[in-house]
Every structure is written in structure tokens, then in C-alpha cells.
Design a protein around this ligand. Structure first.
Ligand code: WQD
Length: 329
């Protein structure tokens, strides 16, 4: 095999990035991880990768990351709590937007032109129609979603002017843990539904809140499109191959096309874990649309990709291994 250049993964110690790093290493790639561990966990780092504990905003750390002239950059490093972004937009502007622009400029300087970007369904805002396809209007309702949209717009300009060849992958609701049990580090202070359900099932929390049960859905609670992290990872590898073979850029949704309510998620976790999951129905959370479900037709058409681990049993069986049977360290 010709001497392959390394692959740089920012945020490679994080929830989704660590799954992609493991899959890249399994394929025999030389992987360089740049992570400042603000969200990442050391136990999630694949030992086969070269780790740089550093920051996107550090010239020195970025130069280190580009020392071996990577072929392609996977960019996961970002803050992702929508609620927090509406309290501290400056933190999201600095890290998500400025950090990504620093990374893109380093890529231009080092003539690295392939980029796989972790984007989000949050770029769409409240749905005008369902399922949401990639042509849906982009009206983010929180600053986090805006950072992802702003970065996508910059990618388009860098592509037009500097020949960047990118894939922007708009995740719906990422969930689950590695089906091979290689990732054991639980998310720190999760804000998302499934880790909060599992913290309740495992007793880390005594109970949890269900933010409103008066929505116009089958049981009154919000519907979301939950996509397993292994399905997300396989889509990233397919997107890498796609931009290697095609000059065109790729902007696609990653979801299952099927939605589940909050109460259905809680019931599935209760069924799989055998644990009670106490909850209180509280007021609605501001900014929550009743339903968000992806059209994944374009991902299927372009990448021949379909979610295959995103059924609720697989999601909670894999999470049970992390939350209820943690490996003693
Ligand atoms: C899901 C549903 C809540 C917690 C967010 C970001 C989005 C993306 C995915 C990164 C909602 C309800 C939740 C709880 C609850 N992030 N809920 N009790 O809001 O769909 O999307 O994460 O890309 O950008 O906005 O995900 O998991 O926060 O909520 O009732 O304790 O669960 O109201 O209906 P969301 P979520």
C-alpha cells in the first residue's frame, strides 16, 4: 500500500470523534488527534493514534497537528450545548467559529484541502415541513446552530476560492455507545435526553424531567430522530471516500427518518435496563420544536449509507454497557 498520509481528527477524544478515530485506526490509518479535553475523555483515546493535547486557538498546537502534513481533516472539536450557547455566545463564537477558521487557514497554508465537518440539524431551526431535507430553510434558533451554519457558509467560500473539498454532515440526535464496547467514557454533564435517561437508570440522578407533555404528538412529548454513534461513524468514513473520489462537496443529513417521543425513549430504556426511571413532567423547554425528523435520502443516494444500529434496543443496550456495567478503572 502506498505510504498513506496521516488523518487529523480534532476532538478525537470526544463522544463522536473517538468512535471515528477507532474506526479509522481499524482501517489501518495513521491518526493524529488534537483535543483540549474540555469535553473529551482520555479513556476514549485510541492508543494507536498520536495524541496532541492542544487547542485550535493555539498556533503552536495547530503547527504540531499539521507537522506530518495530513491528507484530510475530520473536525469534531466544538461546544454543542444549545442552551448554554444562548447564555454564553462568546464561548461558542471563539471556540466554534474562530477555532474552525484558524483550522481552515492552517489547512490553506499547508495545502490540505479535504475536510469532513461535524455539522448539526440545529442549522434548520423550527421545521417548516417534515421530514427535513437538505433544502429546508436554515433559520437556527440557538447560537450553537448559528455557529454550525456560519462555518458551513465559510466552507462554501473556501471551496470556491481556495479549492477546499468538504463534506458537512448534519447530525440529528446522536446517541448510543460503541457496539464493540471500545468507548467507555461517559459524557461530562450531559444536556441531551439519552445520557440523562441513563444517568437516572443508573442512579447517578434520582429522577429526571420531561419537558412538557402537551405537544401535538402521539403521547404529548417531543419527537426526535435518534441516530446511533456507530451509524454516524460509518457515514463519516463513507463521506471521506466520497470527497476523495468526487470533486463536488457534500452537505447531507444524518438521521434515520424515523422519530421517537421522549416517553418512548424512557420506556425503551426501562425495558432494556430493567430499571425504574423516575421522571416528572415539567413545563416545556424554550425553543423545543414538537418534532424533528430527518430525510436521509440524500445520504443513501450519495453514500449508499443507511442507519443500521439506531433502533431503540441497540441504543439502550450499548448505553447500558457503559452506564450499568462500567469497567472498573
Ligand atoms: C431531546 C428531547 C427535550 C432532556 C440538541 C441540540 C442539537 C443537537 C442534539 C448537537 C427534547 C427532551 C431532554 C431532558 C427532556 N446537538 N428532554 N428532558 O434539543 O433535540 O437537540 O441535541 O448537534 O443541536 O439542540 O436534544 O437531547 O436536548 O432533547 O424532556 O432532561 O428530549 O425537550 O424534546 P435536542 P435533547
Amino acid at each position: 500500500m502506498s505510504e498513506r498520509k496521516p488523518i487529523l481528527v480534532t476532538g478525537g477524544a470526544g463522544y463522536i470523534g473517538s468512535h471515528v478515530v477507532h474506526d479509522l485506526c481499524d482501517l489501518g490509518y495513521e491518526v493524529v488527534i488534537l483535543d483540549n479535553f474540555s469535553l473529551g475523555r482520555h479513556e476514549n483515546v485510541d492508543e494507536r493514534a498520536r495524541l496532541i493535547e492542544g487547542d485550535l486557538m493555539s498556533e503552536h498546537d495547530l503547527e504540531l497537528a499539521f507537522k506530518d502534513q495530513p491528507e484530510i481533516v475530520f473536525h469534531f472539536a466544538a461546544y454543542k450545548a444549545a442552551g448554554e450557547s444562548m447564555v454564553q455566545p462568546q464561548k461558542y463564537a471563539y471556540n466554534n467559529i474562530c477555532g474552525t477558521l484558524r483550522l481552515l487557514n492552517m489547512m490553506v497554508d499547508h495545502k490540505v484541502n479535504k475536510f469532513v465537518f461535524s455539522s448539526s440539524a440545529a442549522v434548520y431551526g423550527a421545521p417548516r415541513y417534515l421530514p427535513i431535507d437538505e433544502e429546508h430553510p436554515k433559520n437556527p434558533e440557538n447560537y450553537y446552530g448559528y455557529t454550525k451554519l456560519a462555518i458551513e457558509q465559510n466552507l462554501a467560500w473556501y471551496s470556491q476560492i481556495k479549492g477546499l473539498n468538504f463534506a458537512a454532515l448534519r447530525y440529528f440526535n446522536a446517541t448510543g455507545y460503541d457496539i464493540n464496547g471500545r468507548i467507555k467514557g461517559k459524557e461530562k454533564n450531559p444536556a441531551n435526553l439519552s445520557p440523562i435517561i441513563m444517568e437516572t437508570a443508573s442512579g447517578i440522578r434520582q429522577s429526571m424531567q420531561v419537558f412538557g407533555d402537551d405537544y401535538d404528538t402521539e403521547d404529548g412529548t417531543c419527537i426526535r430522530d435518534y441516530i446511533h454513534v456507530n451509524d454516524l461513524s460509518s457515514a463519516h468514513l463513507a463521506a471521506m471516500d466520497y470527497i476523495r473520489k468526487n470533486k463536488e462537496n457534500l452537505v447531507i443529513n444524518l438521521g434515520t427518518g424515523k422519530g421517537h417521543t421522549v416517553l418512548q425513549m424512557i420506556e425503551a430504556a426501562r425495558r432494556v435496563t430493567g430499571r425504574e426511571i423516575p421522571y416528572q413532567i415539567t413545563d416545556r423547554r424554550e425553543g423545543d420544536p414538537p418534532e424533528l425528523v430527518a430525510s436521509s435520502a440524500l445520504a443513501h443516494q450519495k453514500l449508499n449509507w443507511m442507519a443500521s444500529h439506531s433502533d431503540l434496543d441497540s441504543i439502550f443496550k450499548t448505553m447500558k454497557e457503559v452506564y450499568l456495567n462500567p469497567v472498573k478503572r
